[in-house]
Every structure is written in structure tokens, then in C-alpha cells.
Design a protein around this ligand. Structure first.
Ligand SMILES: Cc1cc2nc3c(=O)[nH]c(=O)nc-3n(C[C@H](O)[C@H](O)[C@H](O)COP(=O)(O)OP(=O)(O)OC[C@H]3O[C@@H](n4cnc5c(N)ncnc54)[C@H](O)[C@@H]3O)c2cc1C
Length: 302
């Protein structure tokens, strides 16, 4: 790993990569151990260089957006984490005023605000999802009846052979909380999203309503990664099954099944990744025993 760190420092500079970074600082769970190497490329070409360096050295790397759907294991990991944080440009697409182009690290709430100011509607659903565009593409993030696939136009993707391709919706293979980025070692660099015109005040009213609903129903005062499990079937909700199985408030160490929204596991303070994974196992086993449904993880465990 030292050789990789040296090569990264040479390309990115010592201020943009270092060893032993606690991942609790970069994940909304605020839990987990240390990345062997943490790199924060300043732009797309540095990101491509960082990935190439890891690949050449045969080192496992993990592309991190906002860390709002990710749990890192405790202790020292052997993973190089490459953050997209700085790839956060947001602009109108040069050839279409109803399209926004954003870097993979752009936050969904910033894209939603940019769109609102320009009178561009269709992204309100995402204004309260605390992730980056890259993470949202990987997860096909969605809420309030909308999802990324509904607004997706195209994405620039780094594929295995090291080339960058612009791909459209069908190649993204979107389905519920899934895209091709989950199946292949692809990295999203940027994407263009489609919008429709509307009055900024009307857009703001819809965003405010969504944020209010989320505030009322989600334990936003505690670190979490949102819903831990996928919906097992359309109109079947993991949170309802978990609540019906009497698991609300169940704890392991500092991890707790939220009393406000039982699909969330919250870090009540000092939860380790082991606490969270043990609680996840208890929830899955209990729900399976009592209902026959095996809940599938929505969050990514590194
Ligand atoms: C309070 C709260 C509420 C939430 N509500 C919702 C919700 O309503 N709907 C919803 O869908 N989700 C929700 N989430 C989950 C999460 O915000 C989304 O899944 C989000 O899209 C993840 O983005 P991220 O940048 O944080 O991804 P990360 O956690 O950084 O990464 C998630 C996965 O995406 C991969 N990834 C990240 N960037 C890229 C890239 N550029 N190219 C390829 N792969 C990449 C990572 O390697 C990882 O596998 C919520 C989370 C929290 C904490």
C-alpha cells in the first residue's frame, strides 16, 4: 500500500491523499474503521489517475460519494477510498436549457437548488436525499414517487478497460435501487439530467413539502444511512415488517432500530460497524422467522 500512497501523493499532492483516514468522518453512519489510503482527487483527470494507480498495483479501491449509504468495517481496512467530493460542478447542459450537467460528486440537494433557481422542475423528489449524484446513479435513488432513472439522460462512465463512455438509459439497466454500476466495476464521472420548466416558487413549495414530510417521519437528528433494507416487494415495506416483528427500539451497543422509522438503524453514539451489522443480522433473522421474508440490504457494506 505504501507504493500506492507514494504514487498517489506524486500525482495528487500530499494534501489530497493520506493513510489511515477514519471513515466515520466520511459516512453518515459516523461509524467504521480506517481506510488504508484516502484520496480526494481535485478533478476528473486526477480521479482517473487515482483509479489507474490502484488498478495497476492490484489494490482494492472504493469510490465514495457522500457516504450516505455505506458502512465501513471496524479496524484497519486494506481498501483505498477515492472520494468524488471535488467533482461537484453543476451547470446547464451547453446544448439544451432543459438539461443539467453535474459531476459525480455533486450533492443531490445542490442539484435540486440549482434547478429550482433556474425554474427547472422534476428533481424535487431528490432534494432531501443526502447523497451525491454518483451514489444516486449507483443506487437509482428515489423517494416520493420519483427516482433518478425518471430524470436520467446520460452519464459519462469509466469502464473496466480504462476508457470513458457516454451511456444512455438502457445501458444503465436501472431498476428498483439498482443500476449497472452495482454489477460492474464502473465509475460514474458525470451525468446529464432532464427537467421541465416551472415557476421557481412552485418548485420551492414542493421541495418544502417534501423536506417537511421527511423531517416528520425520519430520525434525522441521528447518524444513519437511511433505510437499511430494500422494499421486499412493491407496496411491502421493510419498516412495517420490522415494526410488526416488535423490533422497534431493539439495540446492539450504540446501534438502534429507530423508534421513529423502523427501516432506519441509527447510531445513538459510539456505535461500531460490528454493532450495526449484528443488529442487521438480528433484524433479518427475526423478520424471516416471523414472516418468511428475507430482507435484502439496500446499504453497501464495504
Ligand atoms: C437520512 C437519510 C435518508 C435517505 N433517504 C433516501 C431516500 O429517500 N431514497 C434513497 O434512494 N436513498 C436514501 N438514502 C440513502 C442514500 O442517501 C442514497 O442511496 C444516495 O444515493 C447514496 O449516495 P452517496 O453519494 O452517499 O453514496 P455512497 O454511500 O458514497 O456510495 C454508495 C454506493 O455507490 C457507489 N458510488 C458512489 N459514487 C459512485 C460513482 N461516482 N460511480 C460509481 N459508484 C459510485 C459507492 O461505491 C457505493 O457502492 C438516505 C440516506 C440517509 C442517511
Amino acid at each position: 500500500m505504501n507504493g500506492v500512497l507514494d504514487a498517489l501523493v506524486q500525482k495528487l499532492g500530499a494534501g489530497s491523499c493520506w493513510a489511515g483516514e477514519p471513515m466515520s468522518r466520511h459516512t453518515t453512519f459516523m461509524a467504521g474503521g480506517k481506510a488504508a489510503v484516502y484520496a480526494r482527487p481535485a478533478n476528473e483527470s486526477e480521479l482517473l489517475e487515482a483509479i489507474a494507480i490502484c488498478k495497476e498495483a492490484g489494490v482494492k479501491y472504493f469510490i465514495l460519494g457522500k457516504g450516505s449509504n455505506t458502512l465501513f468495517p471496524d479496524g484497519e481496512s486494506d481498501v483505498a477510498v477515492i472520494s468524488t467530493e471535488k467533482l461537484n460542478d453543476i451547470s446547464l447542459a451547453p446544448d439544451n436549457p432543459l438539461r443539467i450537467k453535474a459531476g459525480a460528486g455533486a450533492l443531490l440537494k445542490h442539484i435540486a437548488d440549482f434547478a429550482r433557481k433556474k425554474g427547472l422542475a422534476g428533481f424535487e423528489f431528490a432534494c432531501g436525499i443526502p447523497g451525491s449524484l454518483g451514489g444516486a446513479l449507483r443506487m437509482n435513488a428515489g423517494a416520493h414517487g420519483g427516482e433518478i432513472s425518471h430524470v436520467f439522460h446520460s452519464a459519462r462512465i469509466l469502464i473496466q478497460d480504462g476508457s470513458v463512455k457516454t451511456i444512455g438509459s438502457s445501458a444503465m439497466d436501472f431498476s428498483y435501487r439498482h443500476s449497472v454500476l452495482a454489477d460492474r466495476p464502473y465509475t460514474a464521472l458525470s451525468a446529464e439530467l432532464n427537467f421541465t420548466e416551472d415557476d421557481p416558487e412552485a418548485i420551492k413549495a414542493r421541495m418544502d413539502e417534501i423536506l417537511e414530510k421527511r423531517n416528520a417521519s425520519q430520525p434525522l437528528g441521528f447518524p444513519s444511512a437511511g433505510s437499511v433494507f430494500k422494499r421486499p416487494a412493491p407496496n411491502v415495506f421493510a419498516a412495517k415488517l420490522i415494526e410488526d416483528c416488535g423490533l422497534k427500539g431493539r439495540r446492539v451497543g450504540g446501534a438502534e432500530v429507530s423508534r421513529k422509522h423502523s427501516g432506519f438503524i441509527i447510531n445513538t453514539g459510539g456505535a461500531t460497524a460490528a454493532d450495526i451489522t449484528e443488529l442487521i443480522a438480528i433484524v433479518r433473522e427475526t423478520v424471516f422467522e416471523k414472516t418468511g421474508v428475507m430482507l435484502e440490504l439496500e446499504i453497501v457494506i464495504v
